[in-house]
Design a protein around this ligand. Sequence first.
Ligand SMILES: *[C@@H]1O[C@H](CO)[C@@H](O)[C@H](O)[C@H]1NC(C)=O
Ligand SMILES: CC(=O)N[C@H]1CO[C@H](CO)[C@@H](O)[C@@H]1O
Length: 478
Amino acid sequence: MGFMQTGLTTLAAAVVVPAAAQLSLLFPDLLSTVLYPVGQFERCCGTHLGDGICQDGTAALGFTRCCGHGNGTCNVFCCGCTRGCKHFEDYRVEPEWEGINGALLDLPLNEFPIILAHDAGTGYEPRYFCNHYNPIGNYAVCQRGNLTEQLNCGARAFDIRPYKKLDGSLVMHHGGTVYHVLVKDALHEVLVWLESHPDELVIVFIQFVSGDTQELIEEGRSESNALVREMGFTMLKMEDWYMRQMTVGKALERGRIGHGGAGFFIYELGDDGYDPSVSCFAGWSESCIGTPAERLGRYTAMHEYLVGRFNGDQFPLADGLLWSTQAHWQYSAAAIATGLSRMSCILAEESASDINGLLAQDIAQGNYKRINLVQIDYVCDSGKHVFKAMRDFAHAYAEQKFSRAEEKYEVPRDAWRAGPCYARGFAILAAGAVAVSTLAAGIRLALGHFRSLWTGRGEAQRAPPDGQASLLERPEPQ
Ligand SMILES: *[C@@H]1O[C@H](CO)[C@@H](O)[C@H](O)[C@H]1NC(C)=O
Ligand SMILES: CC(=O)N[C@H]1CO[C@H](CO)[C@@H](O)[C@@H]1O
């Protein structure tokens, strides 16, 4: 009897409890499926089977499918996540934040902050992301929504990766995963959007062109090139002289399409800022989606990387080259394996760690010195806050830059007595002037001496044969 009881207890522990736990974990799924028509619990937490996006726009994470920025778990009523039950949040940039104007127009293009949507084409994937029955999509999709939506979320540059298929269509891809949206259709959305945004500029960064065969890859390259030109996008070539003088205002004029905003395409970035150590998971104990203690090391890594990029002096801005900073987690095979074991996905790692929100906060707090292209994942999660912080930053930056320039050009009234620096400058200049004039006098003296020597000897050497007048020596006609 005792034996029997122990056996049953063991059975319960080994099978029944995990099964019940699994069922209860699926309960939010059932609840949201059953109550979906009622609309009450829809997307309060993410589901296991759906696209994994909650009502507040963040992505579901782990067995509990918890959403939101930060950490927490969903209870059976889907209301236990950080900040409680999730409601729809408008992810779009406010229209009054848009419009490049004033001092922003005079900023060099490589000192103007721009959100670059990391692999923008993945936003067209309709279903297979953050759904743990489709692990490949989880770590290939890094955006949500079409290009129009990404523009509305604050993106102003797109990382476009064309893929030429055997059937002849030019679509998009991320690594080996292909997204069945035509590059042409996606770029057409940008044109339509620019029509209603004449004071904005958009950069299309074309890279990693791929295809079903080597030949198709080549075709894909020339087709992408022809396509952007036909559509009216202007090419920006990093090595061209005009980049050194390219201000935001000049870019708006140069790239203007019809009466709309400006559209550019580029094939290279001056510097792409790739740093593989900035990943979501590191070692056994660091995780960007774990407890606060587990997150610390990862946040520190990201923060130090950003400070190095934005505050370091490694970019010679005067060369006009664009430079990009990757403000998103980097993905190695190990990081992806860890993420899969936690039922995570790229979108969830961005939203749960709230890296876009933290970036916006850091920029708004004035922690950075200069910003250009900033590549982010999931621009429709807090991208609007990054956009707002960047535009505010750009206005403050321009004000400071141009007021400083005025100071620099204003000649001090009393330069002579202005300080040791000027005095030394004058002393050096005076000494230099004396040296140069002494040298010049010496050279003149020496030249005179040589000329007399030369003419003396020269005449003897160049004396024409008897009876033949040299052309050179022919007297001018009267
Ligand atoms: C982009 O996506 C939104 C939301 O799904 C949709 O309303 C809109 O029609 C799409 N735009 C285009 C041009 O496909
Ligand atoms: C980012 C975030 O919201 N972290 C919270 C996770 O939960 C702990 C308490 O358990 C909070 O202190 C953190 O602020």
